[in-house]
Design a protein around this ligand. Structure first.
Ligand SMILES: Nc1ncnc2c1ncn2[C@@H]1O[C@H](COP(=O)(O)OP(=O)(O)O)[C@@H](O)[C@H]1O
Ligand SMILES: [Mg+2]
Length: 602
């Protein structure tokens, strides 16, 4: 049966030529194991074949009782041999298919994950993460089932239908013709009937969930219901929802009753008809009774396989859906990396002292293309300089960082890093020279040590420790019983905001970046952690080219240059003192509004 343990079900897709071609693209992952796959296939054919031979010998056994009792033991032994063969082949088939499936799906999963991490950031903004993990879980689960059982069942069913009919025609063409007229039709009708019942059951489920929503909603807001004296309306609403459920349920009951009558009349009726026709053939001497016996068993096999095919078909459709979704993801374009020669990776080519320059940059997020965020941004950050970017919340400060990291590219204008277009830089070199302490620090659910070392995996323990000390993190790390082996919990929840931020600062220090980017690293802290983080940041910035986004006024005040971002442009640039002298200046107004010395916007 189709697996239902995955939250989000893979949708079905019709089995078309192009869907099959998509499926064929999976072959690279199976190819290394094709030998075992073929062996499994062979085992499958052999086990289906021995399965098919079984009724024939059963019939002969029955006939031997009447015509040739001396053959009884031999036939029985053959039957035992067939069972043995079938059991060996089934075992081999399952083991081989599972071996192939496990390894090729692991390879496909790895390919998907490798591709995912290479995709540009906008891709992740457009998709829910749940949807992506679903690709890796549920879609692969569907394929696994296809591989290990659906495919095998499909082949077995085809072998049984084709082989069974051939054997039957050989035994009695007229009875076969008769059987084929009634049985498959009845089976297919039954399948159709069954799927209708399933669909109906789903409707009942939906209706009942809807009625539960009424209860949930009103009971959790019961005070509102009472305050507005809407008890009467809600009772009526629930009552009518319930009536819908019961009406649907009752109609479903009639369908199920009809289905059971249909099985009795149709399916067993068809069998009775075949036996009736066979009995008259025996009476006229055209058939032996053992033949009829095996005939009936074959008919049962064939009927079962025809019914099973419908299920297999719907599972294959689901496999098509899974394949299409996986392939669509694999077809997403990865981030484009520049191809600048490796020697130029880290050193400036020109004699420029401009670490970063935004030249007339226009940008809107791809998810909201008609809302421009940056509109002709011009900004220069010189080597060794500290540049503070100030502006109200939502002005686009963090967006500037996003562009600097090439998580997005500007739609117009140019971003130059060391005098070179950012798009010419290999991504690794571009990002590798920077360190970023983001606005909301999210740690990995690993140890503190691993989280700090993330900035430079090859760093020695001494270096990590020094970074932690410089970040004012060492004293709280030391107080944990497990020291830096302390696990921080999922996303770092077992640490306070200030602790998380100091770990992020240690991580950035360890990286020893050419360019440091701080995005409101102290915005959500209490005064005490704020001053600890603040002094850690000052250590980190000393003598380093830094882009600092509005923190406390004290940081901004001492920055070499302050740039005020307003409506997607730099409205004012200068030192604190210069900007404060501007009558009616935006920065000045901003500082005055902040009053007590903190320049926090989030
Ligand atoms: N991923 C995104 N997709 C669409 N719009 C975004 C995205 N991130 C930020 N924005 C929008 O861009 C504008 C600037 O955001 P941001 O740069 O985060 O502002 P700041 O850091 O100055 O507070 C805001 O209006 C925000 O709603
Ligand atoms: Mg921001």
């Amino acid at each position: 049966m189709a697996k239902a343990q995955f939250g989000n079900k893979t949708p079905k897709k019709p089995i078309t030529w192009s869907a099959l071609k998509q499926m064929a693209r999976m072959y690279v992952h199976v190819k290394p194991y094709r030998g075992e796959f073929l062996l499994g296939l062979l085992m499958l054919l052999l086990s289906s074949g021995s399965n098919l031979a079984f009724p024939k010998y059963l019939g002969e056994l029955v006939d031997a009782a009447q015509s040739d009792p001396s053959a009884i033991d031999g036939i029985a032994l053959t039957l035992v041999g067939l069972l043995l063969a079938q059991s060996v082949f089934s075992f081999g088939r399952i083991v081989f298919f599972e071996r192939v499936a496990q390894r090729s799906l692991a390879s496909l999963r790895a390919a998907m994950y490798n591709h995912l991490v290479s995709l540009p950031l906008p891709f992740f903004h457009e998709k829910r993460i749940g949807e992506l993990t679903n690709r890796l879980q549920s879609d692969i689960g569907v394929l696994q089932e296809t591989f290990t059982s659906t495919l095998a069942e499909f082949i077995r069913q085809v072998v049984i239908i084709v082989g069974g009919i051939a054997l039957l025609v050989y035994q009695s063409p007229s009875l076969t013709g008769f059987m084929l007229l009634v049985l498959p039709l009845v089976v297919l009708l039954g399948v159709f009937f069954g799927s209708k019942i399933r669909r109906y059951a789903k409707e009942v489920q939906t209706a009942s969930a809807e009625s539960n929503t009424v209860v949930d909603e009103t009971l959790s807001a019961v005070a509102t219901v009472k305050a507005y004296t809407q008890e009467g309306t809600e009772k009526a609403r629930y009552r009518s929802a319930l009536e819908r459920v019961s009406a649907l349920g009752i109609r479903g009951g009639i369908l199920r009753g009809a289905f059971s009558s249909f099985i009795i009349l149709g399916l067993f009726g068809a069998l009775v008809a075949v036996i009736w026709k066979g009995a008259s053939l025996i009476a006229s001497g055209e058939m032996a009774s053992g033949q009829l016996f095996s005939f009936v068993i074959y008919s049962g096999f064939i009927g079962g396989s025809v019914g099973g095919l419908a299920d297999v078909y719907s599972r294959l459709q689901r496999a098509m859906g899974a394949t299409e979704a996986i392939m669509a993801m694999l077809d997403e374009q990865p981030e484009t990396s520049g191809q600048m020669p490796a020697t130029a990776d880290t050193e400036p080519t020109g004699s420029t002292d401009e670490a970063v320059r935004f030249a007339d940059v226009h940008f809107a997020y791809p998810t909201r293309p008609d809302v421009p965020v940056l509109r002709g941004l011009n900004l220069i950050l010189r080597e060794g300089q500290q540049l503070a970017l100030v502006g109200s919340s939502g002005a686009g400060k963090s967006t500037v960082v996003q562009l600097l990291y090439r998580f997005h590219d500007p739609q117009q204008g140019q971003l130059l890093v060391q005098g070179r277009d950012a798009r010419e830089w290999p991504l690794e070199a571009l990002r590798g020279r920077m360190a970023w302490v983001p606005q909301d620090v999210v740690l990995f659910g690993r140890s503190i040590l691993e989280n700090i070392r993330y900035g430079r995996p090859e760093a020695s323990d001494d270096d990590v420790r020094r970074a932690a000390e410089d970040a004012n993190a060492w004293e709280f790390i030391e107080r944990f019983p497990e020291g830096w082996h302390t696990q921080v919990g999922e996303r770092g929840v077992q640490l306070s905001g200030g602790q998380r931020q100091r770990i992020a600062i240690a991580r950035a220090m360890l990286r020893d970046p050419k360019l440091l980017v701080l995005d409101e690293a102290t915005s959500s802290l209490d005064p005490e952690s704020e001053s600890l983080v603040q002094s850690a940041l000052e250590t980190l910035m000393k003598g380093r080219t830094s882009l600092v986004i509005a923190h406390r006024l004290s940081t901004v005040r001492h920055a070499d240059v302050i740039a005020f971002l307003h409506e997607g442009e730099i409205a004012e640039v200068g030192s604190h003192d210069e900007l404060m002298k501007l009558e009616g200046g935006r920065y000045r107004a901003f500082v005055q509004k902040q009053g007590s010395g903190t320049l926090t916007s989030q």
